[in-house]
Design a protein around this ligand. Structure first.
Ligand SMILES: NC(=O)C1=CN([C@@H]2O[C@H](COP(=O)(O)OP(=O)(O)OC[C@H]3O[C@@H](n4cnc5c(N)ncnc54)[C@H](OP(=O)(O)O)[C@@H]3O)[C@@H](O)[C@H]2O)C=CC1
Ligand SMILES: O=C(O)[C@@H]1CCC=N1
Length: 274
């Protein structure tokens, strides 16, 4: 990696997933610096990945050419304003993973409207290198920094560039929050299997392998989701009974409403924390 050390501001769930992905891909742990106020999280990051940990952001960014903003959106303004003096001196490449917060807000809070900022939206499967990340670069990001940001997030899985920043809230709603939807489906399938008489362990083993196997079929074959679904659904059979129940209950509209609510919440986070 070029651009010097990478400083993470915030060492919580998502930063941990990204750091895990980077280290697993062979990125030098000694070149990763993390600011995290919670001592137990700092200790775990150091023990698990060998990264350098600090209590304050000011210490973590010293010598780092790339800053990854990984705190909650609600504290990001304060975090940026604390680092503004160093940002004006260093002019780092800033990579944000915060939901909702725009590149314009980040550059303004860091005290330099011309700062290169890449707004990204990863997801937690990054920990396994199986994440999906949408990226948007503001006009100040040059080709080298764009490539660097993509390399950094590639350690977490697949990357997709988004040209219009307004669409980043839709990325958040589909893939940023998306793992939770799949986990909810898995929870519901396990609970329903138990209600139908399966032992808990059997329900869990069968539901989880089904999610994994179906995800592999979706990604490893050329056949689209609708056709894969049709191939499971024998006319007059058990799947048809289940799918008709989903459709009658408004499953597609419910998914659309949930994803819309997430997108709207992303936009609201931007306004509420400005
Ligand atoms: N979780 C996910 O699946 C995804 C999250 N994101 C985004 O990632 C960001 C982080 O989310 P997530 O990891 O879930 O949240 P976490 O709360 O797990 O992590 C954020 C961490 O930052 C710490 N923190 C707070 N203030 C500071 C500060 N001034 N300097 C350094 N660290 C600080 C928090 O400590 P404390 O708890 O004491 O406040 C916390 O440990 C959010 O902006 C979110 O939108 C993006 C994609 C997916
Ligand atoms: O729930 C959230 O706000 C964050 C952003 C995407 C996933 N988790």
């Amino acid at each position: 990696m070029n651009n010097g050390d990478i400083a993470f501001i915030g060492g919580g769930n998502m930063a941990r997933s990204l750091i895990g992905g980077l280290v697993a891909q062979g990125h030098a742990a000694s070149a990763i610096r993390v600011a995290e106020p919670v001592p137990a999280l700092r200790d775990a990051l150091r023990a698990d990945f060998g990264v350098a940990v600090f209590e304050s952001g000011a210490e973590a960014v010293a010598g780092a050419g790339t800053w990854v903003l990984a705190t909650k959106p609600q504290v990001l303004r304060e975090v940026c304003e604390t680092l503004a003096t160093q940002a004006r001196m260093v002019r780092p490449l800033v990579v944000s993973i915060a939901a909702g917060i725009t590149t314009t807000q980040i550059a303004r809070w860091l005290g330099d409207a011309g700062l290169p900022v890449v707004r990204t939206m990863p997801n937690t499967p990054a920990l396994l290198g199986a994440g999906a990340t949408g990226l948007y670069a503001n006009a100040a990001v040059d080709a080298t920094s764009r490539h660097f940001a993509e390399t950094l997030l590639s350690a977490a899985g697949t990357t997709v560039w988004i040209d219009d920043e307004a669409r980043m809230d839709a990325v958040t709603a589909v893939s940023g929050s998306g793992p939770a939807y799949v986990f909810l489906l898995a929870e519901a399938m396990i609970a329903a299997g138990m209600e139908e008489g399966l032992p808990a362990e059997a329900a869990r083993a069968l539901a989880l392998q089904t999610v994994l196997g179906a995800a592999r079929m979706l990604t490893e074959s050329d056949v689209d989701a609708a056709e894969l679904r049709r191939r499971v659904t024998s006319r007059g059979g058990t799947t048809q009974a289940a799918i008709e129940t989903f459709e009658a209950g408004g499953f597609r509209a419910l998914v659309a409403s949930a994803i819309h609510a997430a997108r709207v919440r992303g936009a609201a986070l931007s306004a509420a924390n400005d």
